[in-house]
Every structure is written in C-alpha cells, then in structure tokens.
Design a protein around this ligand. Structure first.
Ligand code: NAD
Length: 294
C-alpha cells in the first residue's frame, strides 16, 4: 500500500511556483497579488485566511486582506468586490465562504471578475470546466488531480466513484475526471444514493468528500482500490492537548491495508488546496499581464 502524501506533492508544486514567481516578478516588476475578503470572525474561516496569507508571504506574492464586520450589507460587499475587480494591482479575488446567512453568496461570487476568480466558483468558470475549456478550477478538486498526476495514477477507463456532490468538491471533480484526456468513468454519489456500498465496491478510485468522519469502512472498498480522502473532520480526543483530532471520511486504519494507495488525513488532500490557490493566483497574474501587453 502506497501513502499518497500531500506534503510531498505540495513541495513539488511550491518549488515550481517559486521559480515561476521569481521569473514573473523579474519580467513585470510586481508580484502576483491575492485579495482575500473575510466577513465576520468565524474562527475556522480566520484560520483558513491566515494560512492563505502565510502561503502568499512565503512565495513572495502580494496579499491584501479585507476583514469586514458581519453586519456588512449585501450592497457594501458587492461594491467591495467590484472595487477589487477594478484594481489592477489585484490579480486574484477570494471571498472566504461560508458567508453569514443574510448575505447572498451566489450574487457575491457572480460579481467576481472571472479573470480573477482564483477559487473557480464563478458560473462562467464552472461552465467552462464542464465543456472542457481552460479556466480556473476549484482548488480542492485541482489538488486531487495534481496528486493523481504526481503519483502517475492512471484515470483513463477507470471507474471513479465520488461520494459527495458539492459545488466546491464533488461536482467539479467529476467534471475534471470525465474530460477527454482524463477519460475516467465517473459515478457521483450523494446523501440520497441507494445502496452506496454496491457502488463504492466497484470503484477503481474511490474519492470520499462527504464530511462524515470515518464513514468509509473496509467493507465499502474494493481490494486494491486507490482511495482519496477529501474529508476533514474534527472528532473529540481527550488524549490530544487540543481536545480533538482531525480525521477524514475514511476509516484509514481499517481501509489502508486493503487498498493500493491512500491519502492520509491530515497530510493528504488538505495540504494541496492552498497550493492550488497559489497556482491559480499566479496563473491569473500571468494571464492579466499577457492581456495588458497585447
Ligand atoms: P458538503 O457538506 O457541501 O457536501 C457533502 C456531500 O456529501 C453532499 O453532496 C452530500 O449529499 C454527501 N453526503 C453526505 N452524507 C452522505 C451519505 N451518508 N452518503 C452519501 N453521500 C453523502 O461538503 P464539502 O464542502 O463538499 O466538503 C466535504 C468534506 O471535504 C468535508 O469534510 C470538508 O471539510 C472537506 N473539505 C476539504 C477540503 C480540503 O482542503 N481538503 C476542501 C473542501 C472540503
């Protein structure tokens, strides 16, 4: 059984990004810059935003943080995004989700200029992905595919079963893997899927993205399958100083002896997401710079 290490893959991605960033800065005289908008003070969102800022600093990217109160109105938030669209020193825009319930996240996402949509959530980005055009792709699915590529795990003609149909993981991942060139046969399962095990047992590559701790057990996995665990869940653990530990959607201890390769949690897919955000931001800066020089 092979452990697919997000740390190892992200190290290779960052090495490439460092080189490309240095070359970008030398050519254009400014750094790729990410603007992150955080509404309110949710601790998990604050932590994600801190990690993104840290990655920007490490790569020599510019970063602009907009921390706005939870009481911000829809109009004020949309106007902030519009200002960032107009700001030529900003190349990527990310509005940290989820937003407080009084705000309409769809409208906010649709306001982001698709050229700066480094999260890949804009309907134009999602539509282009579906029809196989180059576009920004949501970072976690991109991270999964980068891991498969790094470890040379063939997807062509393989049956990939994805558990989860969210707009940020399951659906874009299905779209990526079924495209010409990747050529997987993809089954997407969700909370209303009947007899889930009968489907997961047919998976050559099983991807769990459901947010249910340790849900995937050995009896759900075909012998020799590749298992990708996207889930990140906190479970109580009095022996841990934090009082909790992180686990995936897969019962790693039980499943790993039966598969050919598996991602751990932590240290698997989670590490890849921010690396892919940085990659998308650099790509946005490169594309915008190319547009300016036309
Ligand atoms: P979500 O809640 O939006 O979607 C969960 C999906 O799982 C839904 O489509 C639902 O239908 C399906 N599901 C739930 N219970 C099910 C069941 N019993 N059987 C079959 N399907 C079921 O979640 P999400 O945002 O897609 O995130 C999924 C998991 O991935 C979470 O643990 C989240 O923390 C993690 N995540 C990790 C990263 C990362 O950086 N690695 C990024 C995003 C999400």
């Amino acid at each position: 059984m092979h452990i697919l290490s997000g740390k190892e893959v992200s190290k290779a991605v960052y090495a490439d990004l460092h080189a490309r960033t240095a070359s970008f800065i030398k050519t254009y005289g400014y750094a790729p810059t990410l603007a992150v908008v955080l509404v309110g003070s949710d601790p998990a969102s604050q932590s994600y935003v801190r990690s993104k800022k840290k990655a920007c600093i490490e790569l020599g990217f510019g970063h602009q943080d907009y921390v706005v109160p939870e009481t911000i109105t829809q109009l004020e938030l949309v106007n902030l995004v519009k200002r960032l669209n107009q700001d030529s020193s900003v190349h990527g825009i990310l509005v940290q989700m989820p937003l407080p319930s009084h705000l309409d996240s769809n409208e906010v996402i649709e306001t982001i200029d698709p050229h700066k949509d480094v999260d890949g959530f804009h309907p134009i980005s999602v539509g282009k992905l579906l029809i196989g055009l180059p576009t920004f792709v949501s970072c976690t699915p991109l991270g999964v595919v980068a891991m498969l590529d790094h470890y040379q795990i063939e997807t062509a003609s393989k049956h990939v079963v994805i558990i989860g149909r969210s707009n940020i993981v399951g659906k874009p991942l299905a779209a990526l893997l079924m495209q010409k060139g990747r050529d997987a046969t993809v089954t997407v399962c969700h909370s209303r899927t009947r007899d889930l095990s009968s489907l997961t047992l047919t998976a050559d590559i099983l991807i769990a993205a459901m947010g249910k701790p340790l849900f995937v057990t050995p009896s759900m996995v075909k012998e020799g399958a590749v298992v990708i665990d996207v889930g990140i869940n906190r479970i109580e653990d009095p022996s841990d100083p934090r009082g909790y530990r992180l686990v995936g959607d897969v019962d790693y201890a039980g499943v790993s002896p039966h598969c050919s390769a598996i991602t751990p949690v932590p240290g698997g897919v989670g590490v890849m997401t921010i690396a892919m955000l940085m990659k998308n931001t650099l790509q946005a800066a490169e594309q915008l710079a190319d547009k300016d020089t036309l």
